[in-house]
Ligand binder design. Structure first.
Ligand code: UDP
Ligand code: MG
Length: 315
């Protein structure tokens, strides 16, 4: 297993500010690992440009031209982090034995990569990078991210706590991942489904080196909804529980009406009746919206659209 070809896959969206640092640090790391014969000579960094609107692609292209260990993949438009990552993995598996995916902002400690590769050499197919603590994140990012993980778990989605998309995958793990044909990608939920031998490497989350987060709250929310509706039918079960509660409430109202009738003050129930109508109506609408979310997914999955289109592949 020694001297495997490693591909470090980096999705980039408007990352012109951080790319020079990222490339310098990743290259130095890769050189070190090749020197120590931890990975093979043909190892490389693969930058995936996810339809950036700034100079990201020009920078990537200049690195790829000057350096045999850097490659660039330009997607024809912005397809989002998960799809861009998938494009990179799908391309890298053609000639790399093992891949490591990492964000362009270097918030994940690149020094964990050699440790991951060691675990791969010991026979692991998937190695998760797990954050020990996130004190360097802003309070807002930290709390929203933690709510995100809690929400996912409560909705029945199995994922590795405090693990983002910093992970090592062997070629056969990536091959297996590519068999999952779904369009609404949530890799953190999919990868644990692959099986294979896994392990974890712990690291401290660093600050974003430069530039701004490309994941505002709105994107995180839609990411969470994607994750839940991709992996869990729990929301459907919640409708059932809600329905049962309503049945109980209506029984209570029935009892009240009967008692009121017997006591000869039948008309007085008018207010409670009106209230119930509005209350039930609102809940029916909420339930319908949950069903609609699933129907929406059937709709998109059924289309079997390609996840991305590649414009250029520089070697
Ligand atoms: N990214 C991408 N496409 C997008 C949004 C983000 O490829 O539409 C990349 C981005 O360049 C970075 C990674 O996904 O490499 C994670 O984004 P970011 O660091 O902004 O997210 P955060 O760490 O704030 O959650
Ligand atoms: Mg980041």
């Amino acid at each position: 297993m020694e001297n495997s070809i490693l591909a470090i896959v980096v999705p980039c969206y408007n990352e012109e500010e951080v790319l020079p640092q990222t490339n310098q640090q990743l290259r130095a790391l890769l050189d070190g690992m090749m020197r120590e014969r931890l990975v093979g000579e043909g190892s490389y960094i693969l930058y995936v440009n996810d339809g950036s609107r700034d100079r990201t692609w020009e920078i990537i292209a200049s690195y790829a031209e000057a350096d045999a260990h850097v490659r660039g993949l330009k997607l024809a438009g912005n397809v989002g982090h998960q799809n861009a990552l998938m494009a990179g993995l799908d391309t890298a598996r053609l000639d790399a034995d093992v891949t490591v995916s990492i964000d362009a902002d270097l918030q994940d400690d690149i020094n964990a990569i050699p440790e991951m590769v060691k675990k791969f050499n010991e026979g692991c197919d998937i190695v998760y990078g797990v954050r020990r603590k996130r004190t360097t994140d802003t309070f807002f990012k930290r709390t929203t991210a933690q709510m995100f993980y809690k929400f996912m778990t409560s909705m029945g989605v199995k994922s590795v706590y405090n693990h983002a998309d910093f992970r090592l995958m062997s070629r056969r793990a990536v091959d297996a991942l590519c068999q999952y044909e779904e369009r609404n990608l949530f890799l953190r939920g999919l990868v644990p489904l692959l099986g294979y031998k896994t392990d974890k490497v712990y690291y401290d989350r660093l600050e974003r080196q430069a530039g701004e987060s490309k994941y505002p709250l709105s994107k995180m929310l839609s990411f969470a909804i994607d994750g839940v509706t991709s992996f869990s039918v729990k929301p459907l079960r919640l409708i059932f529980i809600l329905g049962m509660c309503f049945l109980l409430i209506s029984l209570g109202i029935l009892a009240y009406v009967i008692v009121a009738l017997c006591q000869g003050r039948g008309v007085q129930g008018w207010a409670s009746l009106m209230l119930s109508i509005w209350f039930v109506g609102g809940c029916v609408l909420i339930c319908l919206s949950i069903i609609a979310a699933y129907i929406g997914r059937i709709y998109t999955e059924d289309k079997h659209r390609p996840r991305y289109n590649i414009e250029k592949y520089l070697k």
